[in-house]
Design a protein around this ligand. Sequence first.
Ligand SMILES: C[S@@+](CC[C@H](N)C(=O)[O-])C[C@H]1O[C@@H](n2cnc3c(N)ncnc32)[C@H](O)[C@@H]1O
Length: 207
Amino acid sequence: MGVRTALRRTLASQLGNPRGLMGKAVAKRLNKFNLAATTGAVEALAVVDGEVVADLGFGGGVGLRLLLDTNAAEVHGVDYSASMVDRARGEFADDRLRLHTGSITALPLPDDSVDGLITLNTIYFIEDLTTAFAEIRRILRPGGRAVIGIGDPEAMAKMPVTRHGFLVRPVAEVVETLEGAGLALTAHRRVSESKLAPHLLVVGHAN
Ligand SMILES: C[S@@+](CC[C@H](N)C(=O)[O-])C[C@H]1O[C@@H](n2cnc3c(N)ncnc32)[C@H](O)[C@@H]1O
């Protein structure tokens, strides 16, 4: 294996589970690179004062910061990576923040406990998307909203790092899986006007 391939493979693994020294650098890059998409997701969520909200797979924590900037009563952050949870614990001194190490496929939150959530750039690392979306539906209160942010599949395919284990699915397939999990699409936004801009899928309970 060439050096370039080895580096890309390492980066791909870090993006799916940032950890150790390299994880710190990856977290900073994620915050910068995904700021616009995360800002768009929080805008689409339109948090109402006093709501309980969450960021699933928060990585470097840019989404937690934006959610803490609202008047949410509680902000939950769930991430698979204990390093990212520790980092967020050190970074945010806000007693509304609740951090959890855990997976989107087995969320450490009760049924009907969240009014709104965002999850960006996470589903590429999840094989069992049906279970992940069923978990999102389970924790969302009826009337609650979830914003799922994903890179445009064509743009993702142009990024060499995604060839190393990323599950890049067509948007239509993601929407179909959401619907299969009992969620209904209420809006489909793009982060910018570019043809390759990230997608923001806004969903709520189908019934
Ligand atoms: C590419 S980063 C995205 C971080 C952030 N949402 C953003 O857009 O900048 C993916 C994050 O999702 C987390 N992650 C991956 N699979 C997960 C899972 N099954 N459950 C929870 N977190 C997960 C990783 O640990 C990592 O922090």
